[in-house]
Design a protein around this ligand. Structure first.
Ligand code: P6P
Length: 332
């Protein structure tokens, strides 16, 4: 296979960018790589498992208890990260409190192990989202909340795995965004989208329009703007909304667009979580040339105050996000 770079080779190559590095960070990324492969295999059998081999709560063909896939994914990522001994603690969408792992570890991971899992039964793409920080408390001490409540600007790395028509792992360490497509036959992720940049102009807007009446006036104004006929500015835009953040974001990253989950009258702080959904996605879009805001502030500048804190989330092409921020300011 000429000119093929596997994720493993890429991780080692990039480690050389950090002279004197101990390889611990590379081992952390490799743990995520391993867990992604394991989860991908199970997700791709999901339909089979739930409809033929026993749904949740029953025994599967191996006689094992059939776990909900998001619990299964959570366990696989925790197991893989724990085995590498480089992680001090993990915060997960599946766990109310953070999980202390190894006091001698120097990294912490915040993750949504299987976002959009309600879409599994209808075969819609879902994803894992992760964010990696250096701990701020001394190595050797037990990990504490302040290690997790760091601003998004402190992220060392962030990424997502999308389990779709193919499984892809897309991540950044602050030196651009790279996408790897999984070849299940070979069991390797192959570099398929080097140095990913989101297109300058986008014409896709993604929002649950069922929330239109419950959304802020500035968001309503943006939706009307997107639907106006104006050839010069390439409008009307195209509405695309899958209801699975990783799938909606990944499509917009590649094709150009804006994803919106605003505050609504029923969800005053929005729905998406700052630590393990918005910050990692924000890191990626900024590295790919776009923008992520809560409608007013840069997502990665928000000072977290809770592991599961929700924020309004607008992410995508800079000019589309800025247009939306303008409407929100006008209508505030
Ligand atoms: P709604 C999935 O539950 C999720 O967290 C994201 O993946 C997705 O973008 C959003 O919620 C969908 O929410 O309210 O439109 O169904």
């Amino acid at each position: 296979m000429e000119n093929v770079t596997t994720l493993g080779e890429f991780i080692i190559e990039k480690q050389q960018d950090f002279p004197g590095s101990t390889g611990e960070f590379s081992r952390l990324l490799s743990a995520i790589r391993l867990a992604s492969k394991i989860v991908s295999q199970q997700v791709n059998k999901a339909g089979l498992l739930s409809h033929i081999l026993g749904a949740v709560g029953s025994q599967n063909i191996q006689g094992e208890d059939q776990q909900k896939l998001d619990v299964y994914a959570n366990n696989q990522f925790i197991k893989a990260l724990r085995a590498r001994k480089v992680v001090a603690g993990i915060a997960s969408e599946e766990n109310d409190d953070f999980i202390p792992i190894n006091p001698d570890g120097q990294y912490i991971v915040s993750m949504d192990p299987l976002d959009g899992s309600s879409n599994i039964d209808v075969n819609v793409s879902i994803g894992t989202i992760f964010s990696i920080y250096k701990r701020v408390t001394p190595k050797g001490s037990p990990v504490s909340m302040e290690d997790f409540l760091q601003k998004g600007t402190e992220q060392l790395a962030a990424g997502y795995v999308i389990y779709g028509s193919s499984t892809m792992l897309v991540y950044t360490t602050g030196k651009g965004v790279n996408g790897f497509t999984y070849d299940p036959g070979l069991g390797v992720f192959i570099l398929s989208h080097p140095n990913l940049k989101t297109p300058e102009k986008g014409k896709i807007y993604s929002i649950n329009e069922g929330n239109y009446q419950k959304s802020p006036a500035g968001v309503q104004k943006y939706i009307q703007y997107a639907q106006q006929i104006d050839k010069e500015s390439n409008r009307p835009y195209t509405a695309r909304y899958i209801g699975s953040l990783v799938a909606d974001f990944h499509r917009n990253l590649i094709k150009g667009g804006v994803y919106m989950y605003p505050s609504t009258t029923s969800a005053p702080n929005g729905k998406l979580r700052l630590l393990y959904e918005c910050n990692p996605i924000a890191f990626i879009i900024e590295q790919a040339g776009g923008k992520a805001s809560d409608g007013e502030n840069r997502i990665m500048e928000i000072e977290p105050n809770d592991l599961h804190q929700r924020v309004p989330f607008f992410v995508g092409n800079s000019d589309m996000v800025e247009k939306l921020e303008g409407f929100l300011r006008e209508e505030a």
